[in-house]
Design a protein around this ligand. Structure first.
Ligand code: LLP
Length: 463
């Protein structure tokens, strides 16, 4: 997955790189459980169902495009993470992947903690009743107002991101007569994506304080001296959509090295280490993510081994999965508007949404899959590009996929694994109305985030 933004157009018009895919799936009607939410299937008429409800019925009731969220699957995945890490570790769901008040309640009920990274996410968490002590507050430029609100609310930890923030949080906490629990976010010189990681200096980025040159050690030194702060640990987040655990291994080695230096210099063993999020999910059948229990086992072993070698007591571990919990639990349902075959190239299928509800394809070259959802078909496969309705040629939802040749306007198609970073990164480009999130569970559906209306748009435009 490329992380760099690029001008839309030429790259997308390229012919497919060799080996990009081999052939269409044997059965275009099949729904690979790897990429679909767990209660998704087809009913006797061939219509895709989620939580026991056919998507045709959901489309009629809630319209398209819509994000359909499998609540049972969300809860199961959240619980699996919680169980995998057990009572000696903490799981913080990363709210940036997708946050709503319903989600906050599910997390609370399933015993997870919550990572927020803005005043808006904090407000959502608090308004849905998440106990403040189970909230971690992140961000590289938290405003004084946001910090004050978090400290007053009593958040369990603030993750400090810069030298200036160390002083800022200490000052605000002290002026409120409080001692704020904090972690210090460091950059360990590891950058990980999917199957590769780079363990050289990737410290040229806005987050965290570099380990290099003794800067992280200096940050800890300063923070330990401030009365307004209780330093509880070190935080490291190394990347996104990671399948290979070796990046975490290098990160843990370097974080534990810092803990050892802190112990040697200050006689203090910091009790916690947070390894961040970034665990990958399957967007297509080619991806093979690990299960939470394997990840928990691997991370715990890595940290324990490193601490034994450094003769440190093993600190309490925390992790911050976002995508790995919510990503697979939702899909986007679209209605096909036009089908345009381009001789010798491919067929463009235009849907009623696009880059305003899924910017990831345009922004990261992300890959998605797609299925005909309102019926099955025995027609031959055709190579398609699913595009949106925005005024931009880079408005692509699914770059290359196969759909049946008899696809027609009015058909419903569904794009799986859109639970993370789709609604949360949605925009109003071209004054699109952001789609609703409809949670489905045991045959019942309810809107957890409603569709925007033209009144919503006009309310902000004060004329
Ligand atoms: N913790 C920290 C400190 C983070 O910065 C992030 C993500 C996470 C946890 C959660 O990572 P996850 O487990 O969800 O991968 N918009 C991009 C992803 C940006 C992630 C930013 N930080 C995308 O759509 O791929």
């Amino acid at each position: 997955m490329s992380r760099s933004a690029h001008p839309a157009g030429p790259r997308h018009a390229d012919v497919l790189p060799e080996g990009h895919y081999t052939a269409p799936a044997d059965d275009l009607n099949a729904l690979d459980p790897k990429v679909w939410a767990r209660t998704v299937g087809r009913d006797a008429d061939g219509v895709v169902t989620v939580g026991g409800i056919p998507v045709t019925q959901l489309a009629e009731e809630y319209g398209t495009p819509a994000y359909l969220l499998d609540e049972a699957d969300f809860r199961e995945r959240a619980r699996a993470w919680r169980t995998a890490f057990g009572d000696d570790a903490d799981v913080f769901y990363a709210g940036k992947a997708f946050l709503s008040r319903a989600v906050v309640r599910w997390l609370d009920e399933e015993g997870l903690n919550l990572d927020v990274c803005s005043g808006g996410e904090l407000a959502t968490a608090l308004s849905a009743g998440m106990p403040a002590e189970r909230i971690a507050f992140h961000g590289n430029n938290k405003s004084p107002e946001e910090i004050e609100r978090a400290v007053r609310a009593g958040v369990g930890r603030i993750v400090l991101d810069s030298f200036q923030e160390i002083v800022r949080v200490a000052h605000i906490a002290q002026s409120l007569g409080k001692r704020q629990r904090v972690q210090i976010r460091i950059t360990v010189g590891v950058e990980a994506h999917t199957h590769e990681f780079i363990a050289t200096a990737h410290e040229d980025q806005k987050f965290g304080i570099p380990l290099a040159g003794g800067q992280a050690a200096e940050a800890v030194r300063r923070a330990l001296k401030l009365d307004g702060l209780e330093v509880i640990g070190i935080h490291s987040h190394i990347g996104s959509q990671i399948f290979d655990m070796s990046g975490f291994e290098v990160a843990a080695h370097r974080v534990v090295g810092l803990l050892k230096d802190i112990r040697d210099e200050h006689g203090v063993e910091l009790p916690e280490i947070d390894l961040g999020g970034g665990l990958g999910i399957a967007y297509t059948s080619d991806d093979d993510p690990r299960e939470p229990h394997e990840i928990a086992k691997a991370l715990t072993e890595i940290v324990t081994r490193e601490c034994e070698a450094a003769r440190l007591a093993t600190p309490r571990i925390s992790v911050e999965p976002g995508r790995a919990i919510v990503g697979p639990t939702a899909f986007t349902l679209y209605e096909v508007g036009t089908v345009k075959p381009l001789e010798g190239l491919r067929t463009y299928v235009s849907v009623d949404g696009g880059m305003s509800d899924n910017i990831r394809t345009a922004l990261y070259d992300a890959e998605y899959s797609v299925a005909l959802a309102s019926r099955t078909s025995d027609a031959e496969p055709m190579l398609v590009r699913v595009v949106g309705k925005h005024c931009e040629s880079g408005d692509i939802v699914v770059k290359d996929a196969f759909l049946p040749e008899d696809l027609a306007p009015g058909d419903l198609i569904a794009v799986p694994a859109t639970g993370a970073y789709c609604r949360s990164m949605a925009s109003n480009y071209n004054h699109a109305l952001r789609p609703p999130v409809v949670a489905v569970r045991d045959g019942a559906a309810r809107v957890v985030v409603r569709r925007e209306t033209e009144e919503d748009l006009l309310r902000l435009d004060v004329g």
